[in-house]
Design a protein around this ligand. Structure first.
Ligand SMILES: [Zn+2]
Ligand SMILES: [Zn+2]
Length: 238
């Protein structure tokens, strides 16, 4: 019901859309909310990508990592490199309550969803531990997932929860991250993912350890397909 009134209000008093990067008024309605000047500075990931994890590569079909390791998710895609202005915007959503960014972010994710030709049954997100969510008041991945669910018309479900408070992953290798996340995500009660095609949403993809950890649980519970969509890819060196 609230959404209905929000939509009516938006029709009567449309909010002026501003560029999410420079804040200038947008000349025409654009769901991605980036002006033509800033568009040129956006660190888009393009060219040839690893068919599995979305890593930019020069030749062949899979990156070095995916040749050695088989991820439980079917495919992962990211729109941007995690550098300014995208890295700053993600931090704003995460730490500065800039919830208005979740919707344009979701439109970027939807671009990859359509480009991959997905037809999923469920949209889900990377959960946060309760302590963090209590401090922040919201889960930024869930906010993006909610908007993506509205845009692509696929139902949103929380499918996993975090069982423990993990230390920061920054500076850890893939192996260390994997260890860090061991038994960290559990399937929610009363969630049936059996034979379901799932979109898993997060803000940043680094080694893929988080996405892998959740995907493993979802596949164990019978999920048919998992597509991991994140806004940015963070550079990672082992
Ligand atoms: Zn701009
Ligand atoms: Zn790869």
């Amino acid at each position: 019901m609230t959404r209905f009134f929000d939509n009516v209000l938006e029709l009567i008093f449309p909010s002026k859309t501003k560029c999410i990067v420079c804040g200038s008024d947008l000349a025409k309605q654009n769901p991605l909310c980036v002006c033509s000047n800033c568009e040129k500075t956006m660190p888009y990931i393009g060219g040839k990508l690893c068919l599995k994890c979305g890593e930019p590569i020069l030749k062949e079909d899979f990156c070095k990592r995916c040749k050695l390791k088989s991820f439980s998710f079917n495919v992962a895609r990211q729109n941007f490199f995690y550098v300014p202005p995208i890295s700053n915007l993600i931090k704003k959503l995460k730490y500065n309550n800039a919830k208005y960014l979740a919707k344009p972010f979701a439109h970027f994710l939807a671009k990859n969803y359509y480009e991959l030709g997905c037809s999923s049954d469920i949209v889900t997100f990377v959960p946060q531990d309760e302590h963090k969510q209590f401090l922040r008041g919201y889960n930024q991945s869930k906010l993006i997932a909610q908007h993506l669910s509205n845009i692509i018309g696929v139902k949103l479900f929380g499918t996993t929860f975090k069982t423990k408070n993990t230390p920061s992953q920054v500076g850890l290798s893939y192996k260390e991250r994997e260890q860090n996340l061991k038994d960290c995500f559990c399937l929610c009660k009363n969630v049936n993912v059996s034979n379901k095609k799932i979109v898993l949403v997060d803000d940043v993809f680094t080694t893929g350890a988080t996405a892998e950890s959740i995907s493993k649980e979802l596949k164990k519970a019978g999920a048919k397909e998992i597509v991991v969509l994140t806004l940015a890819k963070s550079k990672f060196s082992t």
